[in-house]
Design a protein around this ligand. Structure first.
Ligand code: SAH
Length: 641
């Protein structure tokens, strides 16, 4: 089930040479579906693959076709094995080493671009061990310069990446010139980060005069020309913001369309790496040249009916085109329409971030390109979208983080949280998981009252392409966010697949509270929330009646709030009708949190104990008993009297 968290690292291979090593890596291989390679001497182990010949030759054969290699072997041995194979940090697989005791996971090679740092974090949280990241960015609490655009699907362009990363590592000022794409990453940098957003040269304030950057990051659709002599180290990211509106004569060749795009981009100083996709009229959905080109370049092809295109105001409408296809513009209208299709306001509202809005979205008015030796003609127009096309399928990870301190979270839930591009939840829970966050993650904490906004926000980010973890306390599927997110998806006509959803269970409050007092839930039990915010009170009362009459051990969630004080008293009266006054009741406040408070009492006296919104009330059944400080419900069905 966790396999998809590791999806970005497939194909992944694991290598162990000792029985202990194999045992340590086995759970990882089970969740990821990775092959566990062992030498002939370990061939009797289950679920392993045996390599023949030398390990060195075997690693050489795995190297070119794997995204990640995980070793349980001495780090020195791994270094010797991979040394002859290393070529380039942008193409080498991620190499991770787990120590023979299983206590440490080391990101050895291709930490940033190969993702070894991220894989190390995921494996460490799965094995419950310590991740060892030796790169500067990890230590600085900053996203790596060479990976910060990955969540948004940006294309990593030219420049001196090593030099710019070194400037960041030294904590020297790095100027960021962002003209396109999401600025969400800017809002989640730690205090005192070295990035400077703006143009020191053009501003005459004393503050900005003192700023002299040592490196520069361009985030733009424009092709920059970096001079090798420059004192400043430069790099470029290309957010995919350019929508190409294309019109063409029937049968125009792919080559001519490609040439038209290249010429137009060059003429306007735009980079083809910033192309989001192609937009055109629906009549062209089967135009072979366009379709082939989109397949080759992994560009989405968006097509619109004439009625839609007709509604877009364009600078260069044409009567001839209107007479032919029913809209006065294809290229300009399709480019503009596509560029504005994603609802920017939705993605950026409520986080105080402004989108990068081009002054004039139509960067290139329609150009007609022909060639003497090619059939057909192509019209190209280019518009810039304020929101980039990520080219990624988003995911929603619905995660329960347990009742309180992090000992009570499952390794799977931890892994899910650290794999996410964005984490969304109620502020209190976001604070509880601070230690799981990784630099560069987008963290959005919203007040407790805004559950449905939280669900909507998570879905928007996931529909855009991000992996979003939505955290709930306890179990996310028990009075938690899982239901809200799935309901909201259903109301949007979700196909059940995209965005992909995964639910990660957690220890719910009733289990947490029960574990602190003994074994009160040993027999049939029932959970009832006393909150009538989303459920009418008569329904709750009916359930209390039924549970009391049927002798269920009963766990009351949301027993009382500042404004809701009557419900718990009514609940007590209902139970007193069916159970003895001395029925044991446990009142557990903030189980597994710092201010935990546990009281054992009886049904008739329970209201004397303070009960609030952080309290779990467990009412015993007829046979529940207190022995010393322990609440015990017998396992058997023998009922006295
Ligand atoms: N999804 C959560 C429940 C959310 S409803 C879960 O599975 O636990 C919120 C209610 O849960 C609170 O009003 C309180 O009754 C209970 N609760 C949550 N955490 C608790 C804790 N640590 N100790 C006691 N009760 C808790």
């Amino acid at each position: 089930m966790m396999a998809s968290v590791f999806e970005n690292f497939q194909p992944l291979a694991a290598i162990a040479t000792t029985p202990t090593g194999a045992q340590i890596l086995q759970p990882l291989c089970q969740t990821t579906g990775a092959t566990l390679w062992v030498p002939n001497s370990l061939s009797t182990l289950e679920q392993v693959a045996v390599y023949k010949g030398s390990l060195k030759d075997h690693i050489a054969s795995l190297w070119p076709n794997h995204r990640a290699l995980v070793f349980c072997l001495a780090a020195g041995a791994v270094v010797r094995l991979i040394a002859p194979l290393l070529t380039d940090k942008s193409s080498d697989p991620a190499v991770v080493v787990v120590d023979q005791g299983g206590g440490f996971v080391i990101s050895l090679c291709s930490g940033h671009q190969g993702g070894a740092d991220q894989l190390t974090r995921l494996i460490a949280s799965q094995l419950d061990s310590t991740p060892i990241l030796t790169g500067a960015a990890a230590d600085l609490g900053l996203p790596g310069v060479d990976v910060l655009g990955i969540p948004f699907g940006w294309y990593r362009g030219e420049g001196d990446w090593t030099r710019v990363s070194a400037v960041v590592a030294r904590g020297e000022i790095v100027q960021v010139i962002q003209e396109a794409g999401s600025t969400l990453w800017q809002a989640h940098l730690r205090d005192g980060h070295p990035f400077y957003f703006g143009f020191p040269d053009n501003r005459a304030t004393t503050e900005s005069e003192s700023i002299s950057p040592k490196a520069r990051i361009w985030i733009s659709a424009t092709q920059q020309q970096f001079s090798p002599e420059s004192d400043l180290a430069n790099v470029q990211w290309y957010p995919r913001v350019l929508w190409l509106g294309i019109g063409c004569e029937r049968g125009t060749s792919k080559q001519l369309i490609e040439m038209a795009i290249r010429q137009t981009c060059e003429g306007y100083g735009l980079s083809e790496n910033a192309i989001a996709g192609i937009a055109t009229i629906d009549l062209k959905a089967d135009e072979v040249g366009i379709v082939q080109l989109c397949q080759e370049r992994h560009w989405p092809l968006r097509t619109f009916p004439a009625e839609v295109l007709r509604s877009v105001t364009v600078p260069n409408p044409s009567d001839v085109v209107a007479a032919e296809v029913g809209t006065p513009s294809v290229a300009e209208a399709a480019a503009l329409y596509s560029a504005q299709e994603l609802k920017v306001s939705k993605l950026f509202a409520n986080v105080g971030q402004k989108p990068m809005l081009p002054e004039q979205p139509l960067l290139v008015p329609k150009q007609i390109v022909k060639s003497a030796n090619q059939v057909g003609a192509v019209t190209v127009a280019i518009a810039q979208s304020p929101v980039e096309y990520t080219g990624r399928l988003g995911k929603l990870l619905l995660v329960g983080i347990g009742p309180g301190n992090l000992d009570q979270i499952t390794p799977a839930a931890k892994t899910a949280i650290s794999s996410a591009d964005a984490v969304i939840g109620y502020s209190l829970y976001i604070n509880l998981i601070t230690s799981l966050r990784r630099p560069g993650q987008i963290i959005e904490a919203l007040p407790i009252t805004q559950e449905s906004q939280r669900a909507k926000r998570a879905i928007e980010l996931a529909e855009w392409g991000l992996t979003v973890a939505v955290v709930s306390s306890g179990d996310c599927g028990i009075y938690g966010m899982a239901g809200l997110v799935l309901e909201e998806l259903r109301s949007r006509g979700w196909d059940g697949k995209t965005p992909q959803v995964q639910v990660f269970p957690g220890i719910t409050a009733l289990q947490a509270a029960a574990s602190r007092v003994g074994a009160p839930l040993m027999h049939d039990f029932c959970a009832i929330s006393l909150s009538d915010l989303l459920t009418p009170w008569p329904v709750i009362e009916k359930r209390l009646e039924a549970s009391a009459a049927a002798d269920f051990v009963t766990a009351l969630y949301n027993p009382r709030s500042r404004n809701r004080t009557e419900q718990i008293a009514i609940a007590q009266r209902i139970f007193l009708k069916h159970r003895k006054p001395d029925t044991p009741v446990a009142i557990v406040v903030s189980a597994y949190r710092e201010d935990e408070k546990i009281t054992l009492t009886t049904l008739d006296k329970m209201l004397e104990i303070p009960i609030d919104m952080l309290t779990m009330v467990l009412i015993g059944n007829q046979s529940t008993d207190i022995h010393q400080d322990w609440m015990i419900t017998p396992r058997g069905y023998r009922i006295e009297g």
